[in-house]
Design a protein around this ligand. Structure first.
Ligand SMILES: O=P(O)(O)OC[C@H]1O[C@H](OP(=O)(O)O)[C@H](O)[C@@H]1O
Ligand SMILES: Nc1ncnc2[nH]cnc12
Length: 503
């Protein structure tokens, strides 16, 4: 059928096509049916919403669809019912544990990018990968398909370094220090990050507190060729666009299936033209990888995948048994990262990890002799050169380079938990900390999160503060308090852990 476009001033987070009730009946279209809209060379898929918001002869599109193609009000388009895409059969094959062929993976990725697959089908794909996994051939095919369905960047300032954490550990603002340290040493590092997937703050969420993170490829090229670095949100670019669509489902389910994670991270690196990539695998209880054996196996997969893509990859297995630093949540983490860059000092876990990772990159990039990278990274941090580079990044990304940590607004609704007994901190539950920070509103409410006053191994007296929850609303604060009471994220024990007798 032919219809005139009516632009509806709404964002629904979905690709919805509004069709008048009478017309839907005539055309035998039902809610959630997939339709194709064509006008000249433009083709878009969307799910039907039956609504009298639009008249007969009109078709309503939300602003989400306009993000894909620019239709104009009153433009005549053809609306064609579209059957279930063939790729759904391949998703079912994976659900049943089958191995996918390259062409099948390419079809799934293409349909994800073309929005032929709806959220429910994409979530099923993501879930099937969580349950049945992917082998290396499938992962390589998925990575290349994800990269080739988007744009590629060619930065004229080689070699191109990159760093990426698989995430999962609360408070992981580490790369906000690593990037300026590496760039201050003269290397090029165009860093893209995702927003939070399973955590309470992804690197993009944290950087966004003091700078813009959404840029076009041309803008990124200009920034990186000028100052050697950027810290942007990968989702704003048309780089491996399937990644950001699948991340939406991962985030809703708070899962990060290993094969998809490999493909998702490495497709972005491939599309960015990264040549030397360092992958951080935080390992410990309550994060994505719990044991060193699992971390080693994943490291081998990253290195092999890099080899197939023509990239040199190294992996750092890092301690992820408790949060990094003392803060969790976008604004709190932004304060901590900025303060560490300004003063060269900060929590041991943050400084150690950041200089350790930056040091490896300095060695990989050939600016530090083997074994000297970490020392050089620390000197760059302590000399203020990394902070100077950070100021350049903030300025180029439209932020205020003079911003001070204490000027960053944080949630003013607070509640502090104190030690119920004297003893030693024997554990901090990563999952519980993330859950509480998310319940408090992070990452969407930038000021929400947790300030931690203790780390594992420290001694506390009854009544000492353990952590403060910060929120931007009382309702969110209350939810977080309830969760914190239920999960007790910080374990305190005396030196005598158990008494056992009469066995
Ligand atoms: O921790 P969760 O939310 O699961 O994983 C997502 C985080 O991990 C990566 O970190 P980075 O950009 O390398 O610093 C992503 O880009 C994102 O910031
Ligand atoms: N960009 C990303 N960073 C970390 N984990 C991921 N899993 C999927 N995409 C990811």
């Amino acid at each position: 059928m032919k219809a005139k476009i009516r632009i509806l001033d709404m964002y629904s987070g979905r690709y919805s096509v509004f069709i008048n009730e009478k017309e839907a009946k005539k055309a035998k279209l039902h809610p959630d049916d997939l339709v194709k809209i064509e006008a000249g060379k433009k083709t878009v898929y969307g799910s039907v919403v039956v609504s009298n918001l639009v008249k007969e002869g009109e078709i309503g599109i939300s602003r989400d669809i306009l993000g894909l193609h620019s239709f104009s009000e009153g433009e005549v388009v053809t609306v064609i019912p579209s059957g279930t895409p063939e790729s759904v059969r391949y998703i079912k094959k994976k659900m049943h544990g089958g191995k996918l062929r390259k062409v099948e993976i390419e079809a799934i990725v293409k349909d994800i990018v073309d929005r032929k697959l709806r959220d429910i089908e994409i979530s099923s794909f993501v879930t099937s990968l969580e349950i049945n996994g992917l082998d290396m051939d499938e992962i390589a095919a998925l990575t290349i398909a994800m990269a080739e369905t988007g744009d590629m960047l060619d930065i004229d300032r080689k070699p191109i370094m990159d760093v990426h954490s698989i995430g999962g550990v609360p408070g992981n603002k580490t790369n906000i220090l690593v990037v300026p340290i590496v760039a201050a040493a003269g290397l090029t590092i165009p860093k893209t990050s995702s927003r939070a997937i399973t955590s309470a703050a992804g690197t993009a969420d944290v950087v966004e507190v003091f700078a813009e993170v959404s840029f076009s490829l041309d803008e990124i090229k200009r920034i990186v060729e000028k100052i050697g670095a950027c810290m942007v949100w990968g989702g704003a670019l048309n780089l491996a666009p399937a990644d950001d669509i699948t991340i939406k489902s991962e985030r809703a389910l708070s899962i990060d299936p290993t094969g998809l994670m490999l493909a998702s991270i490495m497709s972005k690196k491939y599309a960015m033209g990264s040549q030397y990539v360092l992958i951080d695998i935080p390992t410990g209880k309550g994060v994505k990888v719990e044991t060193v054996e699992q971390a080693r196996a994943l490291a081998r997969d990253f290195i092999e995948l890099g080899r197939r893509l023509g990239q040199y990859v190294e992996v750092a297995i890092t301690y992820g048994g408790q949060p990094i630093g003392h803060t969790v949540g976008p604004a709190l983490e932004a304060r901590e990262a900025l303060s560490a860059l300004m003063t060269g000092k900060g929590p041991g876990s943050l400084i150690e990890k950041a200089t350790g990772l930056a040091g490896i990159l300095l060695e990989m990039g050939g600016v530090a002799p083997t074994g000297m990278g970490k020392k050089m990274a620390r000197e760059i941090l302590e000399s203020g050169k990394a902070y100077e580079k950070m100021r350049e990044i903030i300025e180029e990304q439209g932020g205020n380079p003079d911003i001070k940590p204490e000027e960053i607004p944080i949630g003013d609704k607070t509640y502090t938990f104190t030690a119920p007994i004297s003893g030693y901190i024997t554990g901090i539950d990563n999952k519980a900390i993330t859950g509480i920070a998310r319940a408090a509103g992070a990452p969407e409410d930038k000021g929400a999160g947790i300030e931690l006053y203790v780390k594992v191994g420290e001694k506390v007296k009854e009544g000492d503060p353990l952590f403060t929850i910060r929120a931007e609303s009382e309702a969110r604060l209350d939810q977080a308090i309830v969760l914190a009471r239920r999960t007790e994220p910080i374990r305190i024990e005396g030196m005598v852990l158990q008494r056992i007798g009469n066995i």
